[in-house]
Design a protein around this ligand. Sequence first.
Ligand code: SAH
Length: 239
Amino acid sequence: MDSGMTSMWRARVLTIFPDMFPGPLGVSLLGQALDRGLWSIDAIDIRAFAEDKHASVDDLPFGGGPGMVMRPDVVGRAIESAQTADPDLQVVYVTPRGTPLQQAQVKTLAAGPGIITVCGRFEGIDQRVMEAYPGEEVSLGDYVLSGGELPAMTLIDACVRLLPGVIGAEASLEEESFESGLLEYPQYTRPRTWRGMDVPDVLLSGHHENVKVWRNSQAEEITRQRRPDLWDRHQRGNI
Ligand code: SAH
């Protein structure tokens, strides 16, 4: 499914497991948006760019040590082919050594034409690839996964849900966690009483200003307790 020359947001994913895509990105609102042509995804098999008879994509690390490293010649050809097909896309490497992904970066990537994401496997990718094809290096968090495919899906999900028309109520995007630099306030729905616990009165009052004040104070309190790092930044921003 090649996206061709359109202005839809495009993801080109370089992976040795192209069958994993679109996977979870093909269901629900993102899947419907994919069907409606609001975005596109091309999963490209890195192995198709191997040239030896075993189609190897990895080799032993120079200097010794455990595991295997993805070869620069093979990954390089895969990136080059994706760039030739769509030169406007931003290259993004997913790696535990990258900058932790934040909503601000997601917004910037979503506002552009799309991304070429390179998924590592084994011990990662030969360093020279990142030098030959500079791109953003993004981490999903301080833990190690077995491959870059889930991080790539996470990144694409975060971008696509921001595209116009993907999520029905765009206002719902504005009140979310991180938008104001705070975590989101707690949410409630029916029934009004469940297991002896009542929904806070203020939410039933119909008084929009009071609801807003309550939600804001809850968001502040939760952020202060759970994420002192965000709270500090929020307070500095407010000075
Ligand atoms: N040896 C590497 C880890 C390799 S894990 C190290 O210690 O840094 C294999 C691949 O999974 C990586 O190349 C990367 O693409 C992906 N990956 C693993 N953890 C990740 C994380 N926290 N964020 C983004 N990508 C990750």
